[in-house]
Structures are given as C-alpha cells and as structure tokens.
Design a protein around this ligand. Structure first.
Ligand SMILES: Cc1ncc(COP(=O)(O)O)c(C=O)c1O
Ligand SMILES: N[C@@H](CCCC[NH3+])C(=O)O
Length: 420
C-alpha cells in the first residue's frame, strides 16, 4: 500500500494533493505520510511478534522531526540516540527514558551526565576508554550506568562503503575478540553495570547473510561472557535492514524474513532483544517535492534544473544514491534527462540519463524515499535556507518544520568590532 499515489492524474500523499502543499508552503518541501510511518512501525513489530517483549528503539538520526517522533511514540517505539541533542529531542517528544538507548562513537562527559540524569535503557559503549570515562562520570554522580559494549564482528555488510560499520577497519565498536577482556575491565570499574551486548554492522543492507553471521558471533560472545560470570540480560541487534529505492531492483529481505532469522538465531539467548531500525520506518514515508526552474540543453541529455539541491537531499552526491523521480501530474510524455540542482557543484546531480516523464519549467516533481537521512542531513550550503517539512495524516496536513529564512542565516553571523 503506497500512501503516495495518483488520484485523478495528480500525485497525492494520503488524501492530500501535493500541488496544494506546494502552493501553500512553496518548494522545495519535504512531505511525510504519518500512515506510512505507522504501517512500517506495525509491520516491524509484527515481524518480531515471536520474541519476548522486544524494545524497538527507532534510530532518531534517520528523521528527528518532533512530529515524526510523536507518531512513533504513539506506536510504542523507543529511541536510539547518538548525541545529547537527539536524547533531548526524544525526551521532548515524550519518549520514556527506559525506552532510550544511547549509541554514538564519541560520547562526551557532558552528554553522559545529561543522559544519566534523565535516565535510559542502556549506554552502548564503543571502547574501553569510553567505559572508563563513563565510570568516572557515573561514580561522581553516585549513579550506576547500565551498559553494553558495541562489538565489531568484522563482517562485510555489503552496503555502500560509507554506510558499512561492522568491518575491522571501521571506527565502530570494539573488536569482538577483545570483548571478554573489555567486559572484565568494565566490571572492575565503579559506576558501571555491564548487562548487554550491542552490534550494528551498517545501513541499507540488502541481504540477511551478514546480519545473521554477526548475530551468531554475538550469540557465542554472550555464552562466553556468561561463562566469565557476567549477567547478560539484553542484546541490541541494531538496525540496518534495507528498503526498496528502485522499484525495478530486487526487493531487500522483508521484515518478516528478518524476524524469522532473528528468532531462529536468538532462540536460546535468554535476553531482552533491542532493535534500532531507522530507514525501514521512515524512508519510504517521505518525498522531497520540488519545482522545475528550467530545462536547458546539455551535451548529451538536457538538464532539468529543479529548486531542490544537494544541500536539501545529500544522498545522491554523497553515496551516488538512486532516488526515483516522479512527476506530480504526469503527462505521459517521455524524456531522458540529467536532473540537477542550482548549487555550484558538479556533484549537485540527482540523476544522470534518467528516463522520466517529460518535464517543463513550473512542473512539480518528487524525489521519492526521502523520509530517512534526507531533511536531517541538509545544510545551508550556497546560503540556501533549510527546507520546510510537512506531515500529512489522512486528509489533514501541517507544516512540522518551518522554512528557514535567509535573515536567520545572516543574523547568526557576527562581524567583529574591528571590521564593523
Ligand atoms: C548504531 C546505529 N543504530 C541504528 C542505525 C539505523 O540504521 P538504519 O537506518 O539502517 O536502520 C544506525 C545507522 O546506520 C546506527 O549507526
Ligand atoms: N546517512 C546514510 C545512512 C547512515 C546511517 C547512520 N548510521 C544514508 O543516507 O544512507
């Protein structure tokens, strides 16, 4: 069921025609479907139905908008946060502290204090050095921090190199072979309660094999840790399950298959399982709505210049990511085009030699699958204000993030006295 669909020849999000949003809010604008988010949260939870009370902690980094967090809070999801900022956003959206896990490669003492003070499910520690810092911070506060180590299982995730995290040369986690020693060290430190294990090997995974291989290694580690006397009661299996971007590419494994694999691998673990899905929940729940500024001829194919750019949606220039581009009111004509933004970078290219509906100045297009790692990764490069976000819920819609204005960009800078 696609909540972005043609009705009367016009692309709608749920019951709202996208031209109505473009007219009221302007373009570019992100548009999210609350119904899609709810559906994905439910599909994922149903896929885990065989497990005993799993915690689904939505990876806030995928889309931290307060309205998105509110929808997912109401679906019972917790939060996986990687900074004090994300922790505060999750709490501001009313997500209960006991449903929050704190991941992140470089937690600072200040962030540790914030999260210890507010409460959480567990810290996923990335190094022994981080454990030592947390021990000092927690002891000073007279607190005991529930902790897991994120282990690096040294598996190739098979995803894009920039979003794979579980190989030995990646910066993430502690080598799984050093984990027993790390837990022994953590247990010897005051203020830490080592009670979990965590793993996350990358994002947009299109095969279950590397996940299964990583999870089996975690299962062996749990057994070893228990032999060494640790009371391991939680295992955080991270996120990473891929989603379809290209309708013509093979489908990634379904949440149901993932759930079955997890149930099989973890059958005798006797732990509470935690999951950190991000993209799976929100990726296909969003589009970036943009207007064609003009079409100009190119050496091979024409350039369709749109009013969204790499600063709004970075994935194509950063990872060569493929996003479907659809006309909002398709004419049924055809063109092969390079779709580009107005930013002064050759990399500001959304698509090269793309077969698409014929586009003319003033037409509306959408970049699909722009609910995850899209608005949240935007910048103001070329002094382009951050793009607004709209949430649709049935026939209702609201601006859930206002368009930034250039004035606020100018105001944020300071001219020192000697230059004024
Ligand atoms: C620790 C951690 N958990 C969860 C996620 C969410 O991953 P995804 O959006 O692929 O589900 C990420 C991002 O890759 C991550 O780094
Ligand atoms: N930002 C990446 C995903 C990184 C996941 C963060 N751990 C993307 O757009 O695909």
């Amino acid at each position: 069921m696609d909540h972005f669909h043609l009705k009367g020849g016009v692309l709608h999000c749920e019951d709202v025609p996208l031209p109505a949003i473009a007219e009221a809010v302007g373009t570019p604008v992100y548009v999210y479907s609350a119904a899609t988010m709810r559906r994905h949260a439910r599909v994922f939870r149903e896929a885990l139905a065989g497990l005993d009370d799993p915690l689904v902690a939505y990876a806030v980094k995928a889309n931290p908008n307060a309205a998105v967090l509110a929808v997912l809070r109401d679906e019972g999801l917790g939060a996986d946060v990687v900074s004090g900022g994300e922790y505060r956003r999750a709490r501001a959206a009313g997500i209960a502290p006991e449903k929050i896990v704190f991941s992140g490669v470089g937690k600072t003492a200040e962030e540790m204090r914030l999260v210890l003070d507010g409460g959480l499910c567990q810290f996923n520690l990335e190094s022994v050095e981080e454990a030592e810092m947390l021990s000092a911070v927690a002891s000073n506060m007279g607190r005991t921090a529930p902790v897991a180590f994120r282990v690096n299982p040294d598996v190739e995730a098979g995803s894009h190199a920039k979003i794979s995290t579980g190989a030995a040369h990646n910066k993430f986690g502690i080598p799984i072979g050093e984990a027993v020693a790390a837990y022994a060290r953590a247990r010897s430190l005051p203020g830490l309660d080592p009670q979990g294990v965590a793993v996350h090997i990358g994002s947009q995974l299109t095969s279950l094999a590397p996940l299964e291989s990583a999870f089996r290694k975690v299962g062996e580690l749990i057994a070893d840790l228990r032999k060494a006397g640790h009371d391991i009661v939680k295992a955080d299996l991270g996120g990473g399950l891929g989603i379809p971007y290209d309708p013509e590419a093979p489908l990634p494994p379904s949440p149901e298959l993932y759930g079955r694999m997890v149930a099989d691998v973890t059958a005798d673990w006797n732990v509470r399982l935690i999951f950190e899905p991000g993209r799976l929940i929100v990726g296909n729940a969003g589009v970036l709505l943009t207007e064609v500024i003009r079409v100009k001829p190119g050496a091979t194919d024409p350039f369709v210049i749109v009013d969204a750019a790499m600063n709004d949606l970075m994935r194509p220039s950063l990872y060569d990511a493929w996003h479907a581009i659809d006309a909002v009111t398709p004419k049924g004509t055809h063109m092969t085009a390079n779709v580009v933004g107005p930013v002064c970078e050759t990399g500001d290219t959304f698509a090269t030699a793309r077969e698409m509906d014929g586009a003319r100045a003033g037409d509306l297009l959408v970049f699909r699958t722009a609910g995850a790692y899209a608005a949240t990764m935007a910048s103001t490069y070329n002094s382009r204000p951050l793009t607004p976000e709209v949430m649709v819920d049935g026939g209702r819609w609201a601006v859930v993030r206002e368009r930034q204005d250039v004035e606020s960009l100018i105001r944020a800078d300071r001219i020192p006295d000697w230059l004024a």
